[in-house]
Design a protein around this ligand. Sequence first.
Ligand SMILES: CSC[C@H]1O[C@H](OP(=O)(O)O)[C@H](O)[C@@H]1O
Ligand SMILES: Nc1ncnc2[nH]cnc12
Length: 294
Amino acid sequence: MADAGGKPVIGVIGGSGLYEIDGLTNTRWETVESPFGPPSDQLLFGDLDGQPMVFLPRHGRGHRVPPSGLNFRANIDALKRAGVTEILSVSAVGSLNADLPPGMFVIVDQFIDRTFAREKSFFSEGLVAHVSMAHPTCGRLGDAVEEACRELEIPHQRGGTYLVMEGPQFSTRAESELYRAWGCDVIGMTNMPEAKLAREAEMCYCTVAMVTDYDCWHPDHDHVTVDAIIKVLMDNADKGRSLVKAVAPRLSDRAAACEKGCHEALTTALITHPDARDPSLVAKLDAVAGRMLG
Ligand SMILES: CSC[C@H]1O[C@H](OP(=O)(O)O)[C@H](O)[C@@H]1O
Ligand SMILES: Nc1ncnc2[nH]cnc12
């Protein structure tokens, strides 16, 4: 359990290309068990310039787990159990927008969820909840990421819509054009239901998306391949790691409670009458919804 003495604890979910954190001291990999099953890997606990940090490689060390095989519920539940209050999600994405070339970082603020083969909620029969997803990312965490991008002179865009596809195959040209017509900026396979579950678990969540390719719509660029993605990621890995290092201290002088309301998302969400709740589900939700379930 990471303890920041009432201050925010940052958890980094590292996507493709971000498998470690620079400058982390007092590190230890620990197994965190979750009633929702095994997370992608052990969690790496450490300190970054005195700020407690927890790191989870989204696809596991060695990139073993495909997007549809990720146990998103276990990942978020384990981070919550570890004491994390704010999640910085780092992701590789394709660009759907001519103004977002490879190498650009996008501080995502909206999602369109087109996934269909994933467990999307901690809640189910026996305890029903409906949280708001109107603003799926945390503006306070987004401010910290934006300040860090500016300081490091990383080319970035504040705001953007991330289309989440099921994968694992990349999109067809017709799909890519459709998502562009919808006004989407970037495309990836992992941030949903991650963001929904972070909201249900009352944690701040913000995505920094690193553009690696133009998917398959751009007339002047080849369609995306893993090789091309890895090449851009290697060129940008240092920037991604420096960004995480620069975000962490920006949180340390803040109150743990997020003024955007992320830590109170369940206050108005539970609808099942206390007498009608399933005790076994209530027990499973001890970390995610303990604040509301007592
Ligand atoms: C490496 S190819 C595509 C892979 O990369 C992205 O994952 P992440 O968000 O974890 O960086 C994308 O969504 C695919 O899963
Ligand atoms: N074009 C793309 N489509 C889906 N996921 C991606 N991750 C990186 N580039 C991608």
